[in-house]
Design a binder for this molecule. Sequence first.
Ligand code: AP5
Length: 215
Amino acid sequence: MNLIFFGPPGGGKGTQARLLAARRGLPQVATGDILREAGAAGTPLGREARRYMDTGDLVPDAVMIGLMQERLARPDVRAGFVLDGFPRTLPQAEALEAVLAAMERRIDRAVEFRVGEETVIRRLGGRRVCQAAGHISHVEFAPPRVEGICDVDGSPLLQREDDRPEVIRRRMEVYRNEIPPVLDFYRVRALLVALDAEGDEEAVYARLEETLARP
Ligand code: AP5
């Protein structure tokens, strides 16, 4: 199954994509994670991307499309994938369709995560990411056993640079501006479904599975 997850920052896309990967073996392809890894490694791509990410703006389409094309050519996504964070603009959606068509593949379902602004602020304000490997926790919803320390590998937990309030506001604005034509692109192809993404992780996951089971 080839899926796309859309949603505002903090909508829970990454969390649900990781649950799907663990429970169904469907690999998560998260463009934000790919860019952050490049940033941590100090590659030219990472350095360029960081300039946009730190202010909450989108990385240019040409960079993102090339990156996605390369990622979808890898063998681990042959049996299916969850795209988390791509496409975010109409040119990205059009390019994705062309890339998949050339591989004789297509998107099966595009899921729009819906959450209110209050939830976004609470989820992002409390999110912590481990310095070593990017494991995610939350001070309120998924607290670590020892404050400030990752349960998985014992490294320090930090706040993402773009989870600062002023950058969250910019990310929300960018999402609201860019996403309507992208949603329309999948709506006219009858691929778009809305998901109520409020509530705890398991409640959202149950709704997601129900959504995916519908013909
Ligand atoms: P990206 O990393 O994709 O950020 P985002 O889309 O803003 O998404 P988030 O990771 O903030 O939110 P999420 O919905 O995954 O929430 P999560 O599950 O982690 O992109 C970052 C930047 O990279 C962009 O701003 C842009 O600059 C660039 N970029 C990326 N892709 C691009 C593209 N295609 N084109 C151009 N630029 C691009 O949850 C958040 C927190 O809430 C976690 O702590 C989690 O534990 C908690 N939580 C989640 N679900 C629940 C729940 N149900 N109940 C309680 N807590 C929950």
